[in-house]
Write a protein that binds this ligand. Structure first.
Ligand code: SF4
Length: 472
């Protein structure tokens, strides 16, 4: 058992087990992990004034920061354990190496210090104390806000140490036992490297949390009412279900109807059309003389949109290869220029609507317009041109899918990204790589990815339009 198992266990027991015993070929490389590692190294390096070295030799030499050290030891009841402290920071004291000792430190993304950080520090301190022959009173949580390194001291008192030892016992028990169940809180799965593996099992077993809109609480409520899988839900009477969903108040019958239909679609693989003629008719009228598709790539932690992509569509019959795509790179030191180019594109076809998927794009443009001191009327006018296809598809269709993300919906419509296994996080990973290396290849990959996002959005627009036309 090691620090990584403990970290995984605090998120999802099954993840800890899979990390330990799962078949590695089922695990998918996670850009989140890689991004985390890069950010972590940058902040640690800044905190230690670049005096950061690897391994045992670095401790012996008394360097300010030490990474990549693995320390083995045994816990009570002869449990073998290994710590992999994210960072060791030199401080005053006395250890087997001389007149100094080390404290464990962890990296924190965001504002909240969680159990995960506290347990990691406490676990590290237990084995590190005997290894360096020196007591450890505190650990550090290092983060960065507004480009400033922030350090929080955590006192590793008896209570915390006792708690982590209990958790480590449970981790050990879990690793030795059978594979735990899929977590109830499936939101955790979105950034997990075992997601594909678990999704397959969830679908085969008819997990209720596979149904869009059903989270862990609603799933428990349904289970207590005898609806334990998607099959039972799909054949349930909407009216009867509505009576059981009183927690949704006035919306209970509406919710019940959507859940049952969503389960039916999921099982049958057939989409279900919700009557919503007005909105799709509106889409047809607005797009008939041309439109833009707009998609952004961003770094949410940094609140920075690094690429804006526009696809120009004069009409739906134009071949995909002939469409004009314009990527606009948003370098932090040259924001003005990217904003100017965006506004130029938007104003070159003043009447054209701008189709996008999700709320981010419209918010970004409103912020840009505010930044450029546009009047309220001008901002309203620009904002009114934006059409969110994510809202529109949800209002008009129940699709046989687990969620309505751009990837899931457009994949179902047959769209394929040119590059395999891509995602917004992977694009962010490439962006970080580009900033560090200035290698144009990363930029090319991001631009290709964004162009495909635009084309995927176009495929959804075509689906909405063509199906509306068919009906008429
Ligand atoms: S995909 Fe979800 S259930 Fe599976 S290991 Fe990851 S977090 Fe746990």
């Amino acid at each position: 058992m090691n620090s990584l198992h403990l970290k995984s266990f605090t998120r999802c027991k099954r993840k800890a087990w899979l990390d330990f015993k799962g078949k590695k070929s089922y695990e998918v490389w996670s850009p989140h992990k890689a991004i985390d590692k890069i950010n972590q190294f940058q902040i640690f390096s800044e905190f230690c004034n670049s005096e950061i070295y690897t391994g045992l030799k670095a401790c012996e030499n008394g360097y300010q920061g030490v990474i990549g050290l693995k320390i083995k030891g045994s816990l009570f009841q002869n449990i073998n354990a290994e710590i992999r402290p994210q960072l060791l920071v030199k401080t005053k004291g006395k250890s087997k190496w001389g007149q100094y000792k080390y404290l464990p430190a962890v990296y924190k993304l965001g504002h909240k210090t969680t159990k995960e950080h506290l347990f990691d520090l406490a676990f590290s301190s237990i084995l590190l104390e005997s290894f360096q022959e020196s007591k450890i009173e505190k650990g550090l949580v290092i983060s960065s806000f507004d480009k400033k390194v922030n350090v929080e001291e955590i006192y590793l008192n008896k209570k915390l140490r006792k708690k982590v030892l209990n958790v480590l016992l449970s981790v050990n028990e879990c690793l030795e036992g059978f594979m735990p169940e899929i977590t109830q809180d499936r939101k955790k799965c979105t950034i997990c490297s075992w997601q594909k593996f678990c999704d397959k099992e969830a679908k085969e077993n008819g997990y209720l949390t596979d149904i869009d809109g059903i989270g862990s609480k609603t799933a428990s409520l349904l289970i207590t009412n005898g609806i334990s899988d998607t099959q039972t839900l799909a054949s349930y009477s909407e009216k009867q279900l509505g009576k059981k969903l009183s927690k949704f108040n006035d919306q209970k019958y509406e919710k019940a109807s959507v859940f049952v239909k969503q389960a039916q679609a999921y099982i049958s693989g057939e989409p279900y059309r919700i009557s919503n003629k007005n909105d799709t008719k509106d889409l047809i009228e607005k797009t008939c003389s041309g439109f833009y598709i707009f998609d952004i790539e961003s770094n949410p932690d940094d609140k920075h949109d690094f690429l804006y992509g526009f696809l120009k569509i004069n009409n739906l019959f134009t071949k995909k290869e002939d469409l004009i795509y314009k990527p606009i790179l948003n370098l932090k030191n040259n924001k003005g220029e990217s904003y100017r180019r965006i506004i130029e594109i938007l104003f070159s076809q003043k009447e054209w609507p701008v189709l996008h998927y999700g709320e981010t794009e419209k918010i970004a443009i409103i912020n840009i317009a505010k930044n450029l001191n546009f009047s309220f009327e001008e901002i309203d006018l620009i904002a009114s041109r934006f059409i969110d296809l994510h809202i529109l598809i949800r209002k008009s269709w129940i699709l046989p899918l687990k969620n309505y993300s751009l990837k899931t919906v457009s994949n179902w419509l047959g769209f394929e990204w040119m590059q395999k296994n891509v995602s917004g996080s992977k694009a962010l990973y490439w962006w970080i790589q580009y900033q560090n290396t200035e290698n144009e290849i990363f930029l090319k990959k991001i631009i290709q990815y964004n162009k495909d996002d635009c084309l995927a959005t176009l495929q959804i627009a075509e689906y909405l339009i063509k199906n509306q036309l068919k009906k008429n």
